[in-house]
Design a protein around this ligand. Structure first.
Ligand code: PLP
Length: 391
């Protein structure tokens, strides 16, 4: 009997599209298959290998039989090291027994936090532009409500803009610093203003700090540290960026046990636990300063990107203070960010991402990731200049 195709999807899936970056990846793949040389400035993952001591710890975990399910919270040793990190880096004291959950990447941490804390119909404030928080919010049948970051103020969140978006249905505020896609870093004053808003409106804050270690200008302010924030903040972090461990799928979240109680119940039924092997490797990552060479390399690349953007009068953006992204305006002669990015890719072989992929505030901008070596970034900017000259 011929089997019939069945088209089925939950209604909430209609608000969960394929990622806009996919179009660029697919186009790159096709162009490369035809032999075109592409300068990759689109990929949001470090191009470095994972530091050798971390890989060795992973291999040792396999050799010594650490190949089974772990606690839903994660192995004790890693939770202990994570709490030590919070104490030394952020002056935050968490109980490793019940205030830290190790996850399969920050992505899972964000998903289970939203799904277990936000009710259907509630509103979740997200930065605009932003990384992809909406799918988790839509999966919870809640509503993402963007608040614009201020390009005139190095992409700081503007407190008045946040306030103007709050309604009786707002239950959570998502904050991301250092920020993908702009490289913005929240300063102390903004942190305090966010605290005032969260306390005044009794909001839970999800603070995505995955780029914490990659800072060029200023210092990282962990939001949970501000007065009155500990009990209402879930801090999300992970190993993907600072240790170039995207494929190991390792992240974590920390917060008061009153909030983690719901999250851990859901966590039992998502991926059960993060890979035991990755967790042992993660313990090694948190020993010493293994992220330093990578951060130093990003810092050099960032200087190249800043200098080259400054030299091109047709594009403009505030200097990124952290992460490994810059988000300049598109040249005036381009029709839209999508048209510009596709034309740059097809004509010059430079892959970037249209700003509108990251939300309405990204319209008219494009994201550059410094995830290629300096000579390739220089080549990419030569080609961007060539594109502009030829218009
Ligand atoms: N949060 C932000 C701001 C990101 O840019 C990313 C990845 O690009 C993630 C979270 C997810 O990271 P992970 O690889 O740990 O799932």
């Amino acid at each position: 009997m011929e089997s019939q195709e069945i088209n089925m999807q939950a209604k909430r899936m209609s608000n969960i599209p394929f990622s806009g970056i996919r179009e660029i990846f697919e186009e790159c793949g096709q162009l490369e298959a035809r032999g075109k040389d592409i300068v990759h400035m689109e990929i949001g993952r470090p191009d470095f290998d994972t530091p050798e001591p971390i890989k060795e710890a992973g291999r040792n975990a396999i050799s010594s039989g650490e190949v089974h399910y772990t606690s839903n919270y994660g192995i004790k040793e890693l939770r202990r090291r994570i709490t030590e990190k919070f104490e030394s880096d952020n002056s935050l004291i968490y109980d490793p027994e019940e205030e830290v959950i190790v996850t399969s990447g920050a992505t899972e941490a964000i998903f289970i936090t939203i799904l277990s804390l936000v009710d259907p119909g509630e509103e979740v404030l997200i930065p605009d532009p932003h990384w992809t928080y909406e799918p988790a919010i839509e999966a919870a049948s809640a509503h993402p409500v963007p608040y614009q970051l201020d390009p005139e103020n190095r992409f700081q969140p503007d407190p008045d803009t946040i306030r103007s978006q709050i309604t009786v249905d707002t239950s959570m505020l998502i904050v991301n610093s250092p920020h993908n896609p702009t490289g913005g870093v929240i300063n102390k004053q903004t942190g305090k203003q966010i605290r005032d808003i969260a306390v005044e409106h009794d909001l839970v804050v999800l603070s995505d700090e995955i780029y914490e270690k990659i800072i060029y200008d200023g210092i990282h302010h962990s939001l949970a540290k501000f007065d009155g924030m500990f009990n209402r903040t879930i801090t999300v972090n992970g190993f993907s960026k600072a240790y170039s461990m995207t494929g190991w799928r390792l992240g974590y979240l920390a917060g008061p046990d009153s909030l983690l109680d719901a999250i851990i119940r859901l966590r039992q039924y998502t991926s059960t636990c993060a890979s035991s092997i990755s967790q042992h490797a993660g313990c090694r990552a948190l020993e010493g300063e293994l992220h330093k060479p990578l951060v130093d390399a990003f810092s050099e690349r960032r200087q190249t990107v800043v200098n080259r953007i400054e030299d091109i009068p047709q594009i403009d953006c505030p200097e990124p203070a952290g992460a490994f992204y810059a988000m300049p305006t598109i040249p005036e002669c381009a029709d839209s960010d999508r048209d510009f990015v596709l034309s740059l890719l097809r004509q010059e072989g430079v892959a970037t991402v249209p700003g509108s992929v990251f939300g309405t505030a990204g319209n008219g901008r494009f994201r550059i990731a410094f995830t290629s070596p300096i000579d390739r970034l220089e080549e990419g900017f030569d080609r961007i200049e060539h594109w502009i000259e030829n218009q």
